[in-house]
Design a binder for this molecule. Structure first.
Ligand SMILES: Nc1ncnc2c1ncn2[C@@H]1O[C@H](COP(=O)(O)OP(=O)(O)OP(=O)(O)O)[C@@H](O)[C@H]1O
Length: 283
């Protein structure tokens, strides 16, 4: 199936029932919330405490210049870094109290950095997404392989299943990272620059995939560098300034030209295209 031919039912390619759709009794256990959260960036003073919740059906985009702390925030939300202050909770339980395996059954992370140290094929790598669901010391079964194959097909990698990951192009590798999380089928997606290395068509396809996940009741949190992708696809935006200031809210109210110019210390032009405000840097 091409990535343009969306399956009519959410999640059906993975064989599972769709997650509880947003707007029809959204699943409260998908909720990721942070309260008075200050991330721990070494040698940097405390910034604004963060207080927001990612609800099922929402797509949050965090925008900010290099070094602002977007990845650090994402890792803190994933429970991979301890906060300096405040809390992160999933389903009202502190993230540090979740067992990692249980957490991995619910939360998927698309990392910015790649770890290709071990020789592995594309299919073997996608199957890592099933590991949180396997009993100890057991191998993947036919069902797992089928879920991984469908995720690879969705990311247009189905012809490359037996290829070594080390031979993939940058964009193919990125799509494999997303296919691996799709194989994991999480209810919460935390994705660090998921459109990195992707051509325009695949950027749109990945954003459409994440929107589909949100529409099926997942919560989605993305670090992005492209304001226009954020404008078109995110329901909520968090602006993270390098001095630790932060503000957040619904996309419509957040993407103000002057705020973005200040964020990036870069003058911008803006225009409306098909109901979406778009931004371009002033040369
Ligand atoms: N272990 C560490 N020791 C010292 N400084 C660190 C450490 N980890 C991160 N930093 C610093 O914290 C800051 C925030 O890093 P982070 O990767 O979160 O930024 P970012 O907004 O994701 O940047 P980019 O857009 O470049 O990916 C950076 O200045 C980085 O150098």
């Amino acid at each position: 199936m091409s990535i343009w031919q969306q399956p009519s039912e959410a999640h059906t390619p993975w064989g599972g029932a769709p997650h509880c759709p947003a707007g029809s009794g959204a699943d409260p256990t998908v909720r990721l919330s942070c309260k008075e959260l200050i991330t721990d960036i070494p040698e940097r003073p405390d910034g604004n405490p963060l207080n927001f919740s990612i609800e099922p059906g929402q797509i949050w985009g965090v925008l900010g210049p290099n070094g602002a702390g977007k990845s650090t925030l994402l890792h803190t939300l994933a429970g991979l870094r301890k906060a300096r202050h405040g809390s992160v909770k999933i389903a009202e339980v502190d993230i540090q109290r979740w067992r990692r395996k249980r957490l991995a059954q619910r939360l998927g992370v698309v990392f910015q950095e790649r770890q290709d140290d071990f020789p592995a094929t594309v299919l073997e790598t996608a199957l890592i997404g099933r590991h949180p669901f396997l009993p100890p010391l057991s191998m993947e079964r036919g069902d797992d392989v089928s879920v991984a194959r469908q995720a690879l097909e969705r990311l247009e990698l189905d012809g490359l299943e037996q290829r070594l990951v080390s031979t993939l192009s940058g964009g193919e590798r990125q799509r494999l990272t997303i296919a691996t999380v799709l194989t994991q089928n999480p209810r919460l997606w935390l994705a660090d620059e998921p459109t990195n290395h992707l051509d325009l068509r695949h950027q749109v396809a990945v954003m459409a995939l994440l929107a589909e996940q949100a529409a099926s009741g997942c919560g989605v949190f993305l670090c992005l560098h492209d304001i226009n992708l954020a404008a078109r696809w995110c329901s909520h935006i968090l602006l993270l300034y390098p001095d630790g200031r932060a503000c957040w809210g619904e996309t419509q109210s957040m993407l103000e030209k002057s705020a973005l110019e200040q964020l990036y210390t870069q003058p911008l032009d803006s225009a409306w295209v098909n109901g979406t405000r778009v931004f371009a840097p002033v040369a």
